[in-house]
Design a protein around this ligand. Structure first.
Ligand code: C2O
Length: 505
């Protein structure tokens, strides 16, 4: 295995999208930022220098961070932010994972412009469990606001109102020719007739679950969230924010230009940016101005399409890489998750939007939880995160019986190697909504609107692990919590000591 070194300079960059310019926080002047390339087993070193006034942290979304929780990245959970003028070295080893993941800023909403892909190739000499593609392409989906995103969030926090929705989605940073800016060229994917490509697709959007469709072409999904799957063929990819997939595309159609369309999914009445981002698949040698073959993505509320995609993925347990689901559980948890309104005398309507798990709206501390846990600092968090919603709790009702939420910095404590089942139950405080729930060092699972998803895991990685909705707006409102996993007694069962340059709060 090798050491892969990257330098991330956090800088302000003038950027034009949707025919309008603004200054954004970026990595090395690019949106999306650099793609990290490594092989399974490699040690990755990313030196982050902060040259902007904002505090920043970077999260390696889905990377296991075995014993290296200090490098996980969520601000005030595993580390204090890297302040202006400071730098920090993220240092982790890619253990037991290969595929595509993403990295993104993990503080406020900076991930709107600070994000990129992580490509983890198999170990040297180890082939893919599918035919070797002729080429590979990274496609990162995002979301764009004409306004300054940090001021959008600040405004929302002050007023108690939901933040303004984005103005467009993006494909590798570009909305493409959309209403209001039809002249934009958009992302272009060049292919040669007859060749097969591995598309590494990342949904790095801030608040939207997305469909992706390419006119005239089918896609064969072979990997999801850095786990190989039994291949299945589909014409529509569906990804929650934070999710990734690898899919094979064969350029087997008449040489030409084909639309790539990206649009949101939302099966409830919540305002969402409904602009379809457009890019083009172009066969080599075609005339630059040939008219494109068009495609339409599914309607915004196409629940059946999301369900079909999820059932395609049901074979996560690929023969070569069986999933290690614990057969018994030490902790059986029921998490009711939802969005609601609380009284707020200083807010515009006298109320503010909140989100919670088991009626706890999580408040980030001012010292990182992992530091507090490791150095045994008192008074930063409490150990009493509830295993169940408060009773009575009719979580299928609309609204449920118990609307009272409390603010708190509560964690749930797990012994080393204990097994956990979490049933994530979607509730409907205002309107039911689906939630892509992300457990740090594992990955992201969709909880369907007013439905449920059950996950099991073994707490075999000591540290503090964040669990939250990957719709950033819900995280802001409090839909988050953390697990503390104790050290084990064995020689390799404790978290490594903190790095010397770990930022202080
Ligand atoms: Cu990709 Cu805690 O997030």
């Amino acid at each position: 295995s090798a050491v892969r070194k990257y330098t991330f300079n956090v800088v302000s960059t003038n950027t034009t999208r949707l025919c309008s310019s603004k200054s954004v926080v970026s990595i090395n002047g690019k949106v999306p930022g650099p793609t990290l390339y490594a092989r399974e087993g490699d040690n990755v070193l990313v030196r982050v220098h902060n040259h902007v006034p904002n505090n920043i942290t970077i999260h390696w979304h889905g990377v296991r961070q075995l014993r290296t929780g200090w490098s996980d990245g969520p601000a005030y959970v595993t580390q204090c932010p890297i302040q202006s003028g400071q730098s920090f070295l993220y240092n982790f080893t890619l253990t037991g994972q290969r595929g595509t993941l993403l990295w993104h800023a993990h503080i406020s909403w900076l991930r709107a412009t600070v994000y990129g892909a992580i490509v983890i190739l198999p170990k040297k000499g180890v082939p893919y469990p599918f035919p070797k593609p002729d080429g590979e392409k990274v496609i990162v989906l995002g979301e764009w606001w004409r306004a300054d995103v940090e001021s959008v969030v600040k405004q929302a926090t002050m007023t108690g109102l939901p933040p303004n929705i984005s103005d467009s989605h993006t494909i590798n940073g570009h909305p493409g020719p959309v209403a209001g800016c039809p002249s934009s060229a958009g992302y272009s994917l060049q292919v040669a007739s007859g060749k097969t490509y591995l598309l590494r697709i990342v949904n790095a959007a801030v608040n939207d679950e997305l469909f992706l469709k390419i006119a005239g072409h089918k896609l064969t999904v072979v990997e999801t969230d850095a786990a190989y799957t039994k291949p299945f063929t589909t014409d529509t990819i569906f990804l929650g924010p934070g999710q990734t997939t690898n899919a094979l595309l064969t350029a087997d159609q008449t040489a030409g230009k084909y639309t790539i369309a990206v649009s949101p999914f939302m099966d409830t009445v919540v305002p969402v940016d409904n602009v379809t981002a457009v890019g083009f698949l172009r066969y080599k040698g075609i005339q630059p101005f040939s008219p494109p073959h068009l495609t339409a993505t599914p309607p915004i509320n196409a629940t059946a399409v999301t369900a079909a995609f999820a059932s395609g993925l049901r074979s996560l347990n690929s023969p070569n890489y069986p999933a290690a689901v614990p057969q018994t559980v030490d902790h059986s948890l029921l998490f009711a998750i939802g969005v609601g309104v609380n009284p707020c005398p200083t807010c515009v309507n006298g109320t503010k939007t909140v989100a919670d798990i088991n009626n706890v709206s999580f408040v980030l501390p001012t010292v990182a939880l992992l530091q507090a846990h490791y150095f045994k600092l008192q008074g930063i968090f409490t150990d009493d995160f509830p295993a169940n919603p408060p009773s009575p709790y009719n979580y299928t009702g609309n609204p449920p019986a118990n609307l009272q939420t409390t603010n708190g910095t509560k964690v749930y404590r797990l012994g080393f190697n204990e097994t956990v089942e979490v049933v994530l139950q979607g509730t409907s405080l205002i309107a039911p909504e689906s939630h892509p729930i992300h457990l740090h060092e594992r990955n992201t699972m969709s909880v369907p609107t007013a439905g449920w998803t059950a996950i099991r895991f073994r707490a075999d990685n000591p540290g503090v692990w964040f669990l939250h909705c990957h719709l950033e707006v819900h995280t802001t409102w409090g839909l988050k919590m953390a697990f503390v996993v104790e050290n084990g007694k064995g020689p390799n069962e404790s978290i490594l000591p903190p790095p010397p340059d770990l930022p202080q709060c």
